[in-house]
Design a protein around this ligand. Structure first.
Ligand code: DER
Length: 215
């Protein structure tokens, strides 16, 4: 089952933890299983580890597990792990179903080594074939960003609705999230999206090298 395969890659990540590590921690259900396994190992082996979380959810999880956290103000991570929604043959990713892609991409960029942990349901031949690309947008730039995305060939733009409140999702950083389907995603699309005024970040990861662990 994909729960078993997620657990397998989670344990592969926990096996990498060494005393003294500063670890960037991604968000999502696979990263969650990995940080649980890491918490077990830290307790069992009394390791000194600091985590740099990428979302409120994973920061709360670290604190519940007794894993001390820090930030990029103090440390560069020795390594980073995270899940993904899609992985293509060029190891380009779509991430951000969980809405944490700004800090995920930031901490991944700051890290020496990156591990993406997925089950094989995430593997695609063509990036964008299953998931829209999440795009984080400064709230009042919504119309400007939508116009820019349409110029890049966006065929569908959905303002991500919230469930626990009226109105749209407000991201970790107080912004809006658009879920965008494109006719075609070329290798420069991440940069082109970033160039749109008002766009904060996207969940298209074409320029962050990572090792993909597939269970
Ligand atoms: O939101 C994210 O980027 C998550 O990492 C997501 O892409 C994967 O989440 P999952 O491990 O729950 O499938």
């Amino acid at each position: 089952s994909n729960r078993e395969s997620k657990q397998k890659v989670a344990e592969q990540i926990a096996a990498k933890v060494k005393d003294g590590d500063i670890i960037g921690v991604g968000s999502g259900s696979t990263s969650y299983l990995a940080i649980l396994a890491i918490g077990e190992k830290i307790k069992a082996e009394k390791l000194n580890v600091l985590a740099i979380p990428t979302s409120v959810e994973i920061a709360l999880t670290c604190s519940n597990l007794g894993i001390p956290t820090t930030s990029l103000y103090e440390y560069k991570p020795d390594w980073y792990f995270d899940g993904a929604d899609e992985v293509d043959p060029n190891k380009h990713l779509i991430k951000g179903r969980g809405g944490a892609m700004f800090k995920e991409k930031l901490i991944m960029t700051a890290s020496e080594r990156n591990y993406i942990i997925v089950d094989n349901s995430k593997l695609v031949d063509v990036i964008g074939s299953k998931f829209p690309v999440p795009v984080e947008v400064f709230p009042s730039a919504l119309m400007v960003a939508e116009a820019g995305l349409k110029k890049l060939g966006a065929t569908e733009i959905v303002l991500r609705p919230a469930t626990g409140k009226d109105g749209p999702i407000i991201s970790e950083n107080g912004n809006l999230i658009l879920d965008v389907k494109f006719e075609h995603i070329d290798k420069d699309m991440e940069y082109k999206i970033k160039c749109i005024t008002g766009v904060i970040e996207s969940g298209l990861f074409q320029n962050q090298p990572a090792e993909i662990l597939v269970a």
